[in-house]
Design a protein around this ligand. Structure first.
Ligand SMILES: [Zn+2]
Length: 560
């Protein structure tokens, strides 16, 4: 019997792989076709035990690799694109993105581990001016939205089940500094034609009003330069906020100061933004950091990386006097033009601020004046306006914590949306659309990939956790290299576990336990890995019982 399309009912699947705020990845599947939107990195929460960043689980994409037609990137923020090279190493999928995002991804190919991707990757230009792209069952087009990086896109996906609007991070900015205004008309057009579902940013769903325009900061920097004509000045902002850099550089030129980029991310962003025409300034607007110390400090302004207090960042090193080229002078002023309470890193920011003050510097941040930063995420009125224009049948709030997601539901309920029309998703959740209806599908199990330079096994992270909280307990067994007989006394070494002098008894008992195991094997170690395993397992149990703690236990044999 020949199957036709109607024999087996296809459904449209929306699969949320990424977690709430960062590490964005959404998969759309219909029959034999898959497209993905965004592939960004996440950041470890709390004690990271050396994990640099997190890559979304790509199992589903790899298992269904024959279906995957393309990856679309909404905008040039690391939590939306920076995991792309990790995917490309395993799956050569075409990338659809604007020029700015493409340039940032290509920068990552300079890293040794991704060098091979340079020539292999197929980039396709994707922005509000490009023609719709047909990939299997999906027809994908883009329209402009506003955000804290220029060229951010809303994505419209026509599917056999209806149109889905995917609006990752966005806001309404009626007078952006270097960007086009969000295409509300286009959103309204889609709304009038009928939208099945809208996935919408929800990070600002708890904050009333409109978020406001980036150009409300136009006077901030000229004012600061006037206020401090003779001081050494540092301004720190996130390197992807090109319109902010535009405002700072413009004001610096007017004030007769040259801009000194400090930090790789700032340096690279300026280079890319200049090459794409976002920053219309010549070479003479800038000064190399190597020459900055020769200059009278009132003639320059440092634009420095590290606004989130990241350890090892340029600002962090300047604040502790450890930067090789830049020194904070007494009375020097550090201005934070950045997110006031960045989630997860507010403590790090305070450390940097304290260090600046301890070195005799001054800090100006959001507590001193409220015109140093505007968020790139729409507040309630931005989100409601877009929702009321798009009029989707179903809503999926994305890009926020559970709290933000739920607040989005409450918010749209006020404009008549019923609870069953909003899907509050956790990572791995699936929504299935068929015949105009939607329901939750079977949830996928998600396992993040942890990166510290290279992929990191979860066991390594567990070991680091144990080391950090309960220390190390090492057993050394001397063994004859010829006869494999145990020769001499078993030794025990601990670090960060207990104070040895006060725990002689515990050490003694531990050695007894090890000796007992060795006795059982006739004091001969022919199969060390077996004996090692037994020692480590029994000791872990014993130490847990005696002390209630879980140190990292290691047994080692040394040849004597
Ligand atoms: Zn963003």
């Amino acid at each position: 019997m020949k199957f036709t399309k109607t024999d087996k009912k296809q459904v449209l699947k929306f699969i949320a792989i990424g977690d709430s705020v960062t590490k964005n990845l959404t998969i759309y599947e219909y029959g034999e076709d898959i497209i993905a939107v965004d592939f960004g990195i996440g950041f470890p929460e709390g004690d990271d035990h050396g994990v640099d960043y997190i890559v979304p689980d790509m199992t589903y994409l790899l298992e269904n690799s024959h279906k995957v037609k393309g990856l679309f990137i909404s905008h040039a923020h690391a939590d939306h694109f920076a995991a792309v090279p990790h995917l490309l190493q395993q799956l050569n999928v075409p990338i659809y993105a604007n020029r700015l995002t493409q340039e940032y991804i290509k920068l990552q190919f300079n890293e040794k581990q991704f060098k091979n991707l340079k020539n292999e990757t197929q980039f396709h230009l994707f922005n509000a001016s490009t023609e719709p792209i047909q990939l299997g069952a999906f027809k994908v087009s883009a329209f402009n939205v506003n955000h804290s990086v220029p060229g951010s896109l809303g994505i419209a996906i026509d599917t056999p089940e209806g149109t889905v609007l995917h609006l990752a991070d966005y806001k309404i900015d009626e007078s952006p500094v270097i960007d086009s205004v969000i295409d509300l008309k286009k959103i309204e057009e889609y709304g009038n034609k009928g939208v099945l579902c809208m996935a919408s940013d929800c990070l600002g769903s708890k904050t009333p009003g409109f978020v406001g325009t980036e150009s409300s900061l136009n006077e901030t920097f000229p004012d600061l330069f006037r206020q401090f004509p003779n001081e050494q000045l540092f301004i720190t902002t996130i390197s992807s906020n090109i319109s902010r850099m535009h405002q700072i550089i413009g004001a610096a030129i007017d004030a007769g100061r040259k801009v000194v980029p400090v930090g790789r991310s700032i340096d690279q962003s300026i280079k890319i933004a200049r090459s794409l025409g976002y920053l219309p300034y010549g070479e003479d607007a800038f000064l190399d950091v190597k020459k900055a110390f020769e200059k009278n400090q009132k003639d320059i302004v440092y634009m420095i990386a590290g606004c989130f207090g990241q350890q090892g960042s340029s600002l962090s090193r300047v604040s502790t006097g450890e930067h090789a080229r830049v020194t904070l002078n007494p009375g020097g002023i550090v201005i934070f033009s950045s997110e006031p309470n960045p989630p997860g890193v507010d403590v790090d920011v305070e450390v940097v601020i304290d260090n600046v003050i301890l070195r005799g510097g001054e800090v100006i941040d959001h507590r001193d004046r409220d015109d140093l930063h505007v968020s790139g995420h729409g507040h309630k009125d931005d989100l409601l306006k877009v929702a009321s224009l798009a009029k989707p049948k179903y809503f999926i709030p994305i890009g926020g914590s559970i709290n933000h997601i739920h607040s989005y539901t409450k918010m749209v309920e006020k404009i008549g949306v019923k609870q069953h029309q909003v899907f509050e998703l956790l990572e791995g959740d699936v929504v299935e659309f068929s015949d105009g209806d939607a329901r939750k599908g079977k949830r996928l199990e998600i396992n993040d990939i942890l990166i510290d330079g290279k992929s990191l096994d979860p066991i390594v992270v567990k070991d680091r956790e144990k080391l950090a909280t309960d220390g190390l307990f090492a057993v050394i067994v001397p063994v004859s290299s010829e006869t494999r007989k145990v020769m001499g006394k078993v030794d025990v070494v601990t670090r960060g576990f207990v104070y040895v002098k006060e725990s002689k008894e515990l050490m003694g008992k531990s050695k007894d336990l090890v000796n007992k195991i060795l006795n059982k094997s006739g004091n001969t170690v022919t199969d060390w890995s077996n004996v090692k395993h037994k020692i480590e397992k029994d000791l872990q149990k014993f130490l847990k019982k005696e002390t209630g703690r879980h140190p990292l236990v290691m047994a080692h044999s040394i040849f004597v």
